[in-house]
Design a protein around this ligand. Sequence first.
Ligand code: DP6
Length: 361
Amino acid sequence: MTENDFLPGDYQNLPEQGKVTWKAPSNIALVKYWGKRPVQMPANPSISFTLDACATTTSVSFEKKNTKDGFSFDLFFEGKPKDDFKPKIQTFLERIEMYLPFLKEYHFTIGTSNSFPHSSGIASSASGMAALSMCLMDIEKQLNPKLDDSLFFVKASYLARLGSGSACRSTKGNLVQWGAHQNIPNSSDLYGIEYPFEINPVFKSYCDTILLVHKGQKQVSSTVGHQLMHGHPYAENRFEQAFSNLDRLKPILADCNLEEFIELVESEALTLHAMMMTSMPYFMLMKPDTLEIINKIWEYREATKTPVCFTLDAGANVHLLYPEADKEKVQDFIKNELAEHCQNGQYIHDQVGLGAIKING
Ligand code: DP6
């Protein structure tokens, strides 16, 4: 599909008002997206587990307005007005306007809330932009009932990408791949696709416990981080590595080769942080507790042969990944050994999930 496929058809009816609600999950990348070119095109392909418990629920109420001269919206986060999110939403609406021409016909009231604790340091842009995109597509579907289901989801992912790159991997489950790759049919830089190859059932119920090492504002936004890959001395090698890691993952996911899975996933996480440490300016997002946790995971894995591994996003928190079959013992290990390295002892148990869902009412 090309960008033109996302231009809308003729609208049949423009309702006076309405309300839609969608819930979209967060995701955790196994092969990381780090580096992009305008507009929101990834420098390399990536793949993620869609999560389940960590999610954003967004309602969009819409009401016909008299003028069409600009976007009009109010934004509420957890029931309270949230004006500091408005510029991001404004940019998003400007980017997607040509694909959703009804945007200037309505005044929107956007209400959003996260399942995870506020300021937990978990990125909410992926789930937030995915939930908002699902809502806007739902309105588009009301205006154009002929819109088919598969285009509905692909276009939602396309729009979400224009809000935040990783958000395009949050509309569907359980493994979503984004970024054109010659060996992955239908892969595209424009949107995420459900991983088209065999996935061993073990990975469809994989567990992810997010250890909240450091809450609060990140030292560097991911937008700035992506930019630092321009002119980065190791960028080209890194991008090639991501392409080849996607090739390597294919048999790993089909045959459930956990040893190689662990090696690839941990290497991706450390490479992401190595890129940040070797960019100019350089920065370090791991905290002492991040390293303590990583060392304890390695010791525990060595001692118990339990296939538990870690990944990181652009922050200090650690995602602990393990098969559901090992849930009980790993969660004991977390409680007894790792919780002490988390801020206020906080962590969130999550699992691979199925993607965005509509909420009725
Ligand atoms: C490290 O999707 O947050 O989590 O497109 O600028 O919104 P923008 O970036 P964003 O970057 C996510 C980076 C990452 C890796 C990943 O999720 O693949």
